[in-house]
Ligand binder design. Structure first.
Ligand SMILES: NC(=O)c1ccc[n+]([C@@H]2O[C@H](COP(=O)([O-])OP(=O)(O)OC[C@H]3O[C@@H](n4cnc5c(N)ncnc54)[C@H](OP(=O)(O)O)[C@@H]3O)[C@@H](O)[C@H]2O)c1
Length: 255
């Protein structure tokens, strides 16, 4: 993937992994636009990094996605990279009924619905600009962490969707890349059990850029490659190990 002279939208670029990539792409001289729901966070990013464009937008809301796409087409017609990064996840207790059937599927609406909506809304512009889609799934696309059952399922769905997208776009000039991080030090993993191995966002960016420069379409940093191998060699063992390690995270009741 060409890493300079691009116009790049990063959903969920106001914190964590998205922000780390936004700053790296900015450093390389690209035009970078980030989105997020919390305006205060976007304002902070803008104050600290005036070169970054910030737009408030919720990828789980179809109307906001449509409005964002219209604005981008008007204000950034050279947009040629969509990094579908925004995501959310929570430990879930599946053993009792949930009192909030809307909240129960928020991860699906965001992690799957958001990726599909954003891609659909911008695919005409990305095709016209012979662009790149980067979908951020997870190591958990290969094997679930049972304490994060819905989140893990969403990442397996993004992995599947990304493969189909790549085939459908193969003659369109649009490259489709999947980034599959292991656990990374961000707000999302702050409650993970002590001792969970995590990469820093800097190390994730470093390893990912090696893959992007080499033209790798499925980038598997850190532990992800080993997990991909292990799930073929000893899937039962791996599943049980992840259940044992994550059991402590399961809440006492369904949320
Ligand atoms: N951290 C990890 O260990 C890890 C590992 C593998 C994959 N990933 C994936 O990497 C991506 C980024 O994770 P992260 O760890 O950087 O998370 P994070 O630190 O919690 O940051 C999430 C970012 O996404 C934004 N966001 C959340 N929901 C959104 C929505 N509905 N619409 C627009 N923006 C939204 C957040 O801002 P607002 O809350 O203000 O909207 C924030 O900017 C996610 O897709 C995650 O699943 C993370």
């Amino acid at each position: 993937m060409r890493l300079t002279d691009r116009t790049i939208l990063i959903t969920g670029g106001s914190a964590g992994i998205g922000l780390a990539f936004a700053l790296k792409f900015l450093e390389l001289g690209n035009e970078v636009i980030v989105t997020g729901r919390r305006q205060a966070l976007l304002d902070r990013v803008k104050a600290e990094h005036p070169g970054v464009h910030t737009i408030q937008s919720d990828i789980a809301d179809p109307a906001q996605v449509a409005a964002l796409a219209a604005r981008l087409k008007a204000e950034f017609p050279k947009l040629d990279v969509l990094m579908n990064n925004a995501g959310t996840g929570a430990p879930r207790n599946l053993k009792t009924p949930s009192a909030d059937l809307t909240g129960l599927t928020v991860e699906l609406d965001t992690n799957v619905g958001g990726v599909i909506r954003m891609t659909s809304s911008l695919i005409d512009l990305l095709s016209a600009n012979r662009g790149t889609v980067i979908n951020v799934s997870s190591m958990l696309a290969f094997v679930p962490v049972p304490a994060l059952p819905i989140y893990s399922a969403t990442k397996a769905a993004v992995h599947s969707y990304t493969q189909s997208l790549r085939f459908q776009l193969e003659d369109s000039g649009v490259d489709v890349i999947e980034l599959m991080p292991p656990a990374i030090e961000t707000d999302m993993t702050s409650d993970f059990p002590e001792g969970t191995p995590k990469l820093t966002t800097d190390e994730l960016v470093r390893q990912t850029f090696v893959g992007l420069k080499a033209g790798t379409l499925e980038i598997r940093p850190g532990q992800t490659n080993q997990v991909a191998f292990m799930r073929r060699l000893a899937p039962e063992l791996l599943n049980r190990q992840l259940w044992r390690a994550s059991k402590v995270m399961v809440p006492a009741t369904a949320s």
